[in-house]
Design a binder for this molecule. Structure first.
Ligand SMILES: [Zn+2]
Length: 286
């Protein structure tokens, strides 16, 4: 396991921890954008024989004083072979080791934040213990948007494939669930901000300290090029035109604040800044 990449933003110490990666259909990741346009960007050598591309499962471990905040929890280790082979193939389940290499024990985590409840963002929220599933982080409060929790616990025919109750119901049972309604500063300097489109209540996490800003993008972009090009929107998004507006809003802010951006699915660590020169936006990796 590699040492996690680390960054300092004001009073926050940020480590990018990783659960590994999953392989998803490239056409689904790029939506309406034809393969002739995205293939040269991804690189032919990075597309497997099933036309799948690798998506990292980056998470942010943020420390400030006694606060240890984990933003996103990857895919986890609870999937059976059916899901592992057909829906979410890949090589994952490494978040515990990655946290350990960042010097973080489960019991030290004080808060967990999920941008939304798709299976690749909240898998390590919970772990199997014998016949039951319990919160992985016994001392954490878990912050989730109320609308997202409602959507995840009442999925429809299209959305049910990626909402797994075992990733979030046990938080409610254990009394560790903190539902949030819209924009809120959930901890000092930690802002949970709606950025809808991927799901109706998908939200980003904005850290602000001493005039510096970091943003966890959630699924506003799966690949760095989707940060640069607002209309490049995945087929996964429930409300693509709403995603477009959310992404444009985030990009304006990222440029204005020179924010450190964390792209959850971009090759680890997936961290960079968005710069604009002569109207052209570029994601500059750290
Ligand atoms: Zn995702």
């Amino acid at each position: 396991m590699h040492e996690p990449a680390t960054y300092r933003v004001g009073d926050f110490d940020i480590a990018i921890v990783s659960d590994g990666h999953t392989q998803l259909d490239g056409g689904a990741v790029f939506g309406l954008v034809p393969r002739v346009m995205w293939e040269p960007i991804v690189g032919r050598e990075n597309i497997d024989d099933q036309y799948r591309i690798s998506l990292a499962l980056n998470c942010m471990a943020v420390r400030r004083g006694d606060d240890v905040i984990l933003i996103e929890t990857g895919m986890g280790d609870k999937h059976g072979p059916q899901v592992r082979e057909k829906i979410f193939p890949g090589d994952y389940g490494y978040l515990p080791q990655s946290l350990a290499s960042a010097g973080i024990e489960f019991g030290a985590v004080t808060a967990v934040v999920n941008t939304h409840l798709h299976a690749d963002h909240c898998g390590w929220n919970t772990v199997r213990r014998g016949d039951s599933v319990v919160p992985t982080f016994p001392n954490a409060r878990y912050f989730i948007q109320a609308g997202e929790y409602e959507a995840a616990t009442h999925p429809n025919e299209r959305t049910k494939g990626t909402y797994f109750e075992e990733n979030f119901r046990p938080l409610e049972t254990a009394g560790q669930l903190e539902l949030v309604d819209g924009e809120r500063e959930i901890l000092p300097g930690v802002h949970f901000i709606p950025a809808p489109g991927h799901t109706a209540d998908h939200s980003i996490v904005v850290l602000q300290s001493r005039g510096e800003t970091a943003i966890c993008l959630g699924d506003l972009a799966h690949n760095a090029v989707q940060i640069e090009r607002a209309p490049w929107i995945p087929a996964f998004d429930i409300l693509p035109l709403v995603s477009l507006e959310s992404k444009k809003r985030m990009a304006e802010r990222a440029i204005r604040d020179n924010a450190l951006l964390v792209c959850v699915h971009e090759t680890v660590p997936g961290v960079g800044h968005l710069q604009e020169t002569n109207g052209r936006r570029t994601f500059v990796r750290e």
